[in-house]
Structures are given as structure tokens and as C-alpha cells.
Design a protein around this ligand. Structure first.
Ligand code: PLP
Length: 442
């Protein structure tokens, strides 16, 4: 996703990356960086996994393409669907393949609409999502995304997309409340919204177990349990967007298991192929599958799919990725390594210009406070990114929150070095600020 500041900065040439190895990348100038965000939260197995290259090459030679349209498919897509069914966190009916997280989420929203239409509930068209949730940029996924810069100038969100409060324990709504009271408050707002809109107008709720691009927001304990109870009572489908959290990021293969969720659909991308090739998936629960099949009889069609759905080369890479994730117990490695990230980031607590520190699995964030530096919202994050790059570390900033999502194969030593480099960047920004020179624009 283009960050807002890059959108207004089309004059500056982009930073060009030309090579990668392990958790490191090199740019066109030959400078090397530790990649603290695994590309875009996605290169889970690092940049030089020979087995993925081999899987792609062999499949390319055997069958470079056959799609999944008109009751025809390819053997690799079928095998990948079986692989996913075997590891699915809850019993799933079938898997639909697409090419990006946005396409997967657009598809899941359409499946929710089709599900209700199949059952004759023609008024169930509204989709709920979180303010600051990120689900992609295509028309429906972008409408579900709760970040204004994704909407500006594009005429989205579409009107039937409704927003829930962000379950951010640091938000002003949570001020002075215990975690439990904050959950009560959020659930009451959800109940109120459903009552105001009418439960029979709402098709689905789509949410990330941990909100990524909204600034790494870890919802309060028990939040999704309470939400699921409300959704189930009103027959509103729950779509878990596991595009970031899927395949080990939280320390479980799926965050659905980690947080004991019961979604009707799970969307996956990024770590599905360690980003070596574009592929995404919607795992569809049995109840929804049955209704879709009934609907297909009734409407004499299920007119959804993409030319590259289940592309055999991408599917072969995804199969090999999943095999590696399981053989090397990547979720176990994440559980073992997560304390290193959390402890290293803890050193930022209470430091100058720091508002909060968060970590879960191999996700971490330092939220900086631009006001403390006399800057406006969103002005400090990009400075830290630039300074981090100067120190040989690539990160992402969501506003003023700097996020870590390193490759899941990162060693404790690599993670410590990444965080040390952020500490150096922080020191540099502090020095500039103290010297009154902190006005450099990105
Ligand atoms: N969902 C989540 C949680 C994401 O983080 C992203 C991308 O970062 C998407 C969906 C969209 O994925 P894509 O950029 O592949 O369309």
C-alpha cells in the first residue's frame, strides 16, 4: 500500500531494491538492509529459500498454467486445497483461490452476499468492519478498510459498508476503563449499531485478529469472543482476515487458533506463498459452502473467479511453503523468538517521544508521539523510517507507529540487531530534535 506521504511525493524516485538473501535486502546503490517488515509483512521464509525456487521451476516446466473455471482445474490447486483443509484451524468446506489479499476479501464479501441471497435474505447487504481495519484496496475490500486515505478520491466506501469502533486500548473511548469495561463498551456499541440498522440488513463482519496496517492494534482479551456471540445471535457471518496473521506470525499456524475464533470464512495471502508468487485464498466454512452450492442451483450460476485462480505455479510454491512451515515448525520458532522481540522493544518504554510499545508473536510496534516533538500527526513516523534506513534497517510506519514484522525465520540475534538499529535511528531523531533541526521533510 502506498503510504499517504508517498502519494504526495511523486517527484522523489522510489527506493529500488535489487537483491535479497535470508532476512537482508540490497538496493540499487549496493546498500544492504535488514528487512524488519519482510517486504510487506509477507516474505515469511526470507529471500533465498531454494526449495521455493525449485518448486516454481519444476511446476513451470510441467504445467505453467491451467486455471479453475468452468468445471476444470489443475492438480496442484486441488492438492493445495487439500493441504489447507488438513491444517485448517476449524472444519472448512472448500477453498477459493485468488491472487491478492484484496481479491480474497472482495471474494469473501461477495460470498457473504451470495450466502444470504441463496437463503432468500435479500436485505442482508451491509458489511461491518473496524475503523482502522485494513482489508485491501479493491472496491469491496477498500470499502471495508477503515483508513480514510484508501478512500479519498476513489468514491469509496460504498454506502453499505459500516464502521465499528477500533478496539484500540489506547483510544480515547478506552480512557479510564478496565480492559473488561472497554470490551463491554465496544460490544454495547456493536449491539446498538445492529439494532439501529436492523439485524436483517447485515450480511457479515470482517476483521483482522490483530489489526496490522491500522497501527498494530491488539484488541483487548476476550473481545472477539463477545463479538462472535453477538454475531451468531443475529446470524451475521464472521470473516477473519488472516492475510497477515496466517501461517505462523502470531506463534500459531493461524490466529483463529491463537484467539479461539470461529469464523465462517478465513482469508489468507502473504505467508501462503511466502510472497514468492501472488496467491491468496478464502477458506469457506461448511455451512456457508452448503448455502453457496444451493444458491448455484437456484441462480444457475456461481459467476465468480479469476483467470489466475489456483494458478499451478503459485499453488506449487504455496504447497512447498506450507510443507516448510510445518517441517521446520515455524510457529514454534515464532513462539521461541517472540520474547526476544518483546524484550528488545521494551527498552523503548518511557523513552523520549515514545507513546507505547506493543508486541505479539513476531509483530511489534513502537508508537511515537509527534506532539512531544512539536510535530503534527504522521510527521514523526516517516522521519524514523528514514533514520532507520540510514542505519541499515527497513521498517514501515503507520502514521507515527513504527512496525516490525520480520521474516519468521529471523534468529534472535537478527531481531536484536534490528531493534538496536531502530534505537540508533531514535537517537538520531532525538538529537536532531534537540538541536532544533528536526524539520527535515521526507
Ligand atoms: N488484509 C490485510 C490484513 C492486509 O494487511 C492486506 C495487505 O497488507 C490486505 C488484506 C490486502 O492484501 P493485498 O495487498 O495482497 O491486496
Amino acid at each position: 500500500m502506498l503510504e499517504p506521504h508517498t502519494l504526495t511525493d511523486l517527484q522523489t524516485p522510489p527506493h529500488v531494491i535489487t537483491r535479497g538473501e535470508g532476512v537482508r535486502v540490497w538496493d540499487a546503490e549496493g546498500r544492504s538492509y535488514l528487512d524488519g517488515v519482510a517486504g510487506l509483512w509477507c516474505v515469511t521464509l526470507g529471500y533465498s529459500e531454494p526449495r521455493l525456487v525449485r518448486a516454481a521451476t519444476e511446476q513451470m516446466a510441467k504445467l505453467p498454467f491451467y486455471g479453475s473455471f468452468n468445471h476444470r482445474t489443475n492438480d496442484v490447486a486441488l492438492a493445495l486445497a487439500d493441504d489447507l483443509a488438513r491444517v485448517a484451524p476449524i472444519p472448512m468446506g472448500r477453498t477459493f483461490f485468488a491472487n491478492s489479499g484484496s481479491e480474497a476479501n472482495d471474494s469473501a464479501v461477495k460470498f457473504a452476499w451470495y450466502y444470504h441471497q441463496s437463503l432468500g435474505r435479500h436485505h442482508r447487504t451491509k458489511i461491518l468492519s473496524h475503523h482502522r481495519g485494513y482489508h485491501g484496496t479493491t472496491t469491496a475490500a477498500g470499502s471495508a478498510t477503515g483508513l480514510a486515505h484508501v478512500h479519498h478520491g476513489f468514491g469509496i466506501p460504498l454506502p453499505q459498508f459500516l464502521r465499528l469502533h477500533c478496539p484500540d486500548p489506547l483510544s480515547s473511548c478506552a480512557h479510564g476503563l478496565t480492559e473488561e469495561q472497554f470490551v463491554d463498551w465496544l460490544v454495547r456499541r456493536l449491539e446498538d449499531l445492529i439494532a439501529d440498522e436492523g439485524p436483517d440488513t447485515i450480511a457479515a463482519f470482517i476483521a483482522e485478529p490483530i489489526l496490522g496496517a491500522g497501527g498494530l492494534i491488539i484488541p483487548p482479551a476476550g473481545y472477539y469472543h463477545r463479538v462472535q456471540e453477538v454475531l451468531a445471535r443475529h446470524d451475521i457471518l464472521f470473516i477473519a482476515d488472516e492475510v497477515i496473521t496466517g501461517f505462523g506470525r502470531t506463534g500459531s499456524l493461524f490466529a483463529t487458533t491463537e484467539f479461539d475464533l470461529r469464523p465462517d470464512m478465513i482469508t489468507l495471502a502473504k505467508g501462503l506463498s511466502s510472497a514468492y508468487l501472488p496467491i491468496s485464498a478464502v477458506m469457506v466454512g461448511e455451512r456457508v459452502c452448503a448455502a453457496l452450492a444451493e444458491g448455484a442451483q437456484r441462480f444457475h450460476a456461481f459467476g465468480h473467479g479469476f483467470t489466475y485462480s489456483g494458478h499451478p505455479v503459485a499453488a506449487a510454491v504455496a504447497r512447498e511453503t506450507l510443507a516448510i512451515v510445518r517441517e521446520r515448525d515455524i510457529p514454534g520458532h515464532v513462539r521461541a523468538t517472540a520474547p526476544t522481540l518483546a524484550n528488545a522493544l521494551d527498552k523503548f518504554r518511557g523513552a523520549d517521544l515514545v507513546r507505547d510499545v506493543r508486541a505479539y508473536g513476531l509483530l511489534g510496534a513502537v508508537e511515537f508521539d509527534p506532539a512531544a516533538a512539536g510535530l503534527g500527526p504522521g510527521q514523526l513516523g516517516p522521519r524514523l523510517l528514514d533514520a532507520a534506513a540510514d542505519h541499515g534497517l527497513l521498517l514501515r510506519a503507520m502514521g507515527d507507529t513504527v512496525v516490525f514484522a520480520p521474516p519468521l525465520i529471523s534468529t534472535p540475534a537478527e531481531i536484536e540487531t534490528m531493534v538496536e538499529r531502530l534505537a540508533d535511528a531514535h537517537e538520531q531523531v532525538l538529537t536532531e530534535h534537540r538541536a532544533g533541526q528536526g524539520t527535515r521533510e521526507r
